[in-house]
Design a protein around this ligand. Structure first.
Ligand code: HEC
Length: 192
């Protein structure tokens, strides 16, 4: 009896596989849930594309960004974005001849689109307090980080119209990283 049970148990995964396939394929309806409304999808889908058409209204300047940065960012990224427990936010080298790949992973200079910088800060920062920045604050912080990286001038105002127009230095040199496949080392073949 013991041996028989053991053998059946060992067969169980196989039987589940064979029996479960067709059953799942029929995809039973449980009568729960509903199709989300267009309004709900808009609320969940907060990612911002390069054209910036999803950007919310608002505006921000470098000066306002510096104020918010001191309060919300400096304790991790350092007072000027170059030292701290979190990654540096400002490029090391300056000048027009610096190849974008030598700029490291610094998002506000390496990203091909300025909208990505806005999107990253809006969704991911401050770490552990994500989602607490207003749209104006995110515009202002984006302005500050782009100014610190010599992408925009100190007096530029960023809003839903001007942000997508910002020309990132890496726009044309940018190339997607090679697709990672299981078993591949995480770092080989990457340009930095
Ligand atoms: C509690 C610490 C903490 C605070 C506060 C914080 N950050 Fe960060 N930040 C991090 C860490 C850690 C990373 C790296 C995240 C990763 O590697 O996934 C990061 C990454 C970033 C990056 C991307 C860096 C890169 O080049 O990849 C940006 C931009 C950034 N933070 C901006 C901000 C801004 C703006 C604020 C203020 C609103 C802020 N952070 C506040 C910890 C923090």
């Amino acid at each position: 009896m013991g041996a028989y049970t053991m053998r059946s148990l060992r067969l169980l995964p196989f039987l589940m596989l064979v029996g479960g396939g067709p059953a799942l394929a029929q995809s039973p309806t449980y009568g729960v849930g509903r199709t989300p409304s267009a309004e709900e999808i808009r609320a969940w889908d907060i990612s911002i594309s390069p054209t910036g058409e999803e950007l919310p209204p608002g505006r921000g300047t470098v000066t306002e960004g510096a104020r918010v940065y001191r309060l919300r960012c400096a304790r991790c990224h350092g007072a000027d974005g170059t030292e701290g427990r979190a990654p540096r936010l400002v490029k090391r080298e300056r000048g027009p001849d610096v190849h974008p790949w030598s700029l490291g992973r610094i998002l506000p200079i390496r990203s091909p689109y300025a909208t990505t910088v806005w999107d990253y800060i809006n969704r991911g920062m401050p770490l552990n307090r994500e989602g607490t920045l207003t749209a104006d604050e995110v515009y202002a912080l984006t302005a500050l980080l782009l100014y610190w990286n010599d992408v925009i001038a100190e007096d530029e105002v960023l809003d839903a119209q001007s942000l997508p127009m910002v020309e990132m230095p890496n726009r044309d040199a940018w190339a997607p990283l090679p697709d990672w496949k299981p078993g591949m080392p995480r770092l080989r073949g990457y340009p930095y």
